[in-house]
Design a binder for this molecule. Structure first.
Ligand SMILES: Nc1ncnc2c1ncn2[C@@H]1O[C@H](COP(=O)(O)OP(=O)(O)OP(=O)(O)O)[C@@H](O)[C@H]1O
Ligand SMILES: [Mg+2]
Length: 260
């Protein structure tokens, strides 16, 4: 059965994109077929896997426009395959920003991504959606299309209150648009340079969310940005790196929840 996971946090720079890329790459290493959808006009996921969308290239924005116009004749159009990583990617670029603004008045707007995902989901075991640092209409689309939500959290800057904003938003989506939406898991990032605030916040998260917080915590590593600059997952760039190993163990936890 396919699982669609949105990687969400309105706070910027917490590791959403790095997590989407490396969890996706890890699942692919375990033989799962994976589609990564870039739902951020920054296009970092696309760039981080070496498939920066060129001018005129079909991106997720074009797909969403076609869905809105009821003429999505080929839902696979625009999906790029990264053969070395065994990953399919639906890229995004800056144009998604203009599209986001144009959707504000459209009642149908939150459902567009879901309609696309429903057309392609049977082809994949996992679909991971990398969201922008906001809870705006693009992230809302991801929450409507997803089965579950993965929240990367840097407890130094973002404790319980921040996560509550996301879980409250999920609750609203559950009530009105996607009753099946669940919490996949919370992943604590940048575990190193331990500060008291960080430890306290991390413990508070574990107390509140119990086993929904992954055992694996993601340490800090400069190799994360090096790998992204080379257009590769860290798992491929330097599989022996401590952060890569942490991602591999996070993937084991995701696989253990596969049937939930
Ligand atoms: N564990 C880590 N250790 C050190 N650097 C990291 C780690 N994870 C990610 N980074 C780096 O931190 C920066 C932000 O990470 P990333 O892009 O994954 O965050 P994001 O939440 O997707 O950001 P945005 O909200 O802007 O989309 C990137 O340069 C990335 O390479
Ligand atoms: Mg990102």
């Amino acid at each position: 059965m396919t699982k669609v996971i949105a990687v969400v946090n309105q706070k910027g720079g917490v590791g959403k994109t790095t997590t989407a890329i490396n969890v996706g790459a890890g699942l692919a290493k375990h033989g799962r077929s994976v589609l990564l959808i870039d739902m951020d006009s920054q296009g970092n996921l696309s760039r981080g896997l070496g498939c920066k969308a060129k001018r005129g290239q079909h991106t997720i924005r074009d797909t969403l426009i076609s869905v809105g116009n009821n003429n999505l004749t080929n839902p696979f159009k625009g999906i790029v395959t990264n053969k070395s990583e065994h990953l399919d990617i639906m890229p995004a670029n800056r144009q998604l920003f203009g599209f986001e603004r144009s959707m504000i008045e459209n009642e149908d707007a939150p459902f567009l991504l879901n309609r696309f995902v429903n057309c392609v989901r049977s082809r994949y075991d996992y679909i991971l959606i990398d969201c922008s640092p906001s809870l705006g209409i693009l992230t809302q689309n991801a929450l409507v299309a997803a089965d579950s939500v993965m929240i990367p959290v840097d407890p130094e800057f973002f404790g319980l209150e921040g996560v509550k904003v996301i879980t409250d938003t999920m609750e609203l989506v559950r009530k009105n648009m996607n009753s099946g939406l669940s919490l996949e898991g919370i992943v604590i990032t940048r575990r190193n340079n331990v500060s008291i605030a960080k430890r306290t916040n991390a413990e508070a998260l574990r107390q509140k969310f119990g086993d929904k917080v992954y055992k694996t915590e993601l340490p800090s590593s400069v190799k994360a940005s090096e790998a992204a600059a080379c257009g590769m997952s860290l798992l491929r760039y330097q599989s022996w790196n401590h952060l890569a190993k942490a991602y591999a163990s996070l993937v084991e936890e995701v696989l253990a929840n596969e049937r939930q």
